[in-house]
Design a protein around this ligand. Structure first.
Ligand code: SAH
Ligand code: SF4
Ligand code: F3S
Length: 348
C-alpha cells in the first residue's frame, strides 16, 4: 500500500516553495496526498517564526496531533522550517511525539533525500517559483530570518538559467523569482546580477510573465529599474517593504535607508515604469517609537501611495538585535497605531 501524506504550511512564499519541493519528492517516491491529517501516514508541518503569532499557530497545530499519534502507531510526523531552526530544543521538550525535526536551511536537502531512490526522468513543475537565493544577510534588527534560514547564499547563474529554460520548454510561461532580497543577487559563477536574470528571462519567447519577491529598497538599482521599464513581460506589481517613515526608527531597525531615500526611489520607479503599483510592509510599535515617529510613518504612507500593505505590530524575537531593546510600547498603543495606519491605507 502506498503511503499517504498531509502537508500544512505556515509563513511566506519561501516556505510555500519549500513545501512544494517536499510535495514533489513525496509524489516521486510514490506517496499519495490526502485531505486530512487523520488519513495520513506522514504529516509534514512547515513552520514560521517571523512573529510570535506565526510560531504559536504552527505549534498549536503540532500539539493537536498528539492523539493521532496515539491512535496510529505507524504515523510519522515531521516538523520542519524556520521555527525548528531557532526553537529546536523547545520543540523536543514540548513535542516528544514528533518523529523528525528539520531546520529550514536543511529542507532542500531533506526534500532531495525523500525522492532519492526515484530518480526523476521527466521533471514536472508544480509552481512558478524559482529560488535564486536562500537566507538573508541584511540583519534588520527585528528579524529572525537570517537566523532561521542562515546567511544569504546565491544560486549559480548557470543553474538558474538551465531551470528557466526547462520550465519554459515544459510549458510554464509564468516565473516568479524568490529570495528574501532578490535585488542583492550576485552570481557566484559569473558577473551576473539580478537585472541580468530579469532581462534574460523576459527575453525568452516562451515566457510570458516574470515576477519577483521580495525587494529591499537599498539594493533596488537603476539597472533593475530600467530593465523592468523596458520589458513589458516583467510584473508592474512590486513589493517594497518600507517598515517605518521615521529615520530614527529606520536606523534602529538597521534598514540602511532613510524615509526620503525611500520616497525618491518610489518616485523614480513611478516615472520610469509605466503602470507600476507598489505594495509594502510596515511595522508599528518598534521599541521607543514615539507618536512623532509614528506620524512620520503615516506621512510617508500618504506620499508613497501604496496599492496595499501588510501591517504588523512589532513582535520581539529572541536572538535578534532588537530583542535586547525594551519592548516598551504597550500593546494598546501598538493596536491603536495599527488601526490608525490601516484606516489611512484604506483611504489612499
Ligand atoms: N525579506 C522581506 C521580509 C520578510 S519578513 C523583506 O525585507 O521585504 C515579512 C515582514 O514581516 C517584514 O517585512 C516585516 O514587516 C515583518 N516582520 C519581520 N519581523 C518582524 C517582527 N519581529 N515583528 C513584526 N513584524 C516583523
Ligand atoms: Fe528580514 Fe531584513 Fe532580511 Fe527581510 S531583508 S528577511 S526583513 S533581515
Ligand atoms: Fe518566511 Fe516565516 Fe521563515 S516569514 S522565511 S517562513 S520565519
Amino acid at each position: 500500500m502506498p503511503k499517504t501524506f498531509f502537508i500544512r504550511t505556515y509563513g511566506c512564499q519561501m516556505n510555500v516553495a519549500d513545501s512544494n519541493r517536499i510535495l514533489q519528492s513525496l509524489l516521486h517516491a510514490g506517496c499519495i496526498p490526502c485531505d486530512t491529517p487523520s488519513a495520513a501516514d506522514i504529516i509534514i508541518i512547515n513552520t514560521c517564526t517571523v512573529r510570535q503569532h506565526a510560531e504559536d499557530r504552527a505549534f498549536s497545530f503540532a500539539g493537536g496531533l498528539k492523539n493521532l499519534k496515539k491512535k496510529n502507531k505507524n504515523l510519522k510526523i515531521y516538523l520542519v522550517g524556520c521555527a525548528v531552526s531557532v526553537r529546536g530544543e523547545l520543540i523536543k521538550k514540548r513535542f516528544p511525539f514528533i518523529d523528525y525535526i528539520i531546520p529550514a536551511y536543511e529542507v532542500e536537502k531533506f526534500a532531495g533525500s525523500l525522492a532519492e531512490n526515484n530518480r526523476q526522468t521527466n521533471k514536472k513543475f508544480f509552481d512558478e517559483f524559482v529560488t535564486i537565493s536562500r537566507g538573508c544577510s541584511n540583519y534588520c534588527s527585528y528579524c529572525i530570518v537570517p537566523y532561521a534560514r542562515g546567511e544569504e547564499v546565491c544560486r549559480k547563474y548557470a543553474d538558474i538559467q538551465r531551470e528557466i529554460k526547462q520550465r519554459a520548454a515544459a510549458g510554464n510561461s509564468k516565473i516568479t523569482f524568490l529570495g528574501q532580497n532578490v535585488n542583492s543577487y550576485k552570481a557566484p559563477d559569473c558577473k551576473a546580477d539580478f537585472a541580468d536574470i530579469l532581462n534574460e528571462t523576459a527575453g525568452l519567447k516562451d515566457i510570458e510573465k516574470v515576477s519577483f519577491l521580495t525587494s529591499h529598497p537599498k539594493d533596488l538599482s537603476d539597472k533593475i529599474i530600467s530593465v523592468i521599464a523596458k520589458n513589458k513581460k516583467i510584473s508592474r506589481e512590486i513589493h517594497l517593504a518600507m517598515q517605518s517613515g521615521s529615520d530614527r526608527i529606520l536606523g534602529l531597525m538597521n534598514r540602511q535607508y532613510t524615509a526620503s531615500y525611500y520616497l525618491e526611489l518610489v518616485g523614480k520607479m513611478r516615472r520610469e515604469i509605466k503602470g507600476l503599483t507598489i505594495t509594502t510592509d510596515i511595522i508599528v510599535g518598534f521599541p521607543s517609537e514615539t507618536e512623532e515617529d509614528f506620524r512620520q510613518t503615516l506621512d510617508l504612507v500618504k506620499k508613497a501611495r501604496f496599492r496595499s500593505a501588510f501591517t504588523f505590530k512589532y513582535s520581539p524575537r529572541e536572538g535578534t538585535a532588537s530583542f535586547l531593546l525594551k519592548d516598551d510600547i504597550p500593546v494598546d498603543v501598538k493596536k491603536e497605531r495599527l488601526s490608525r495606519l490601516n484606516t489611512l491605507l484604506e483611504m489612499h
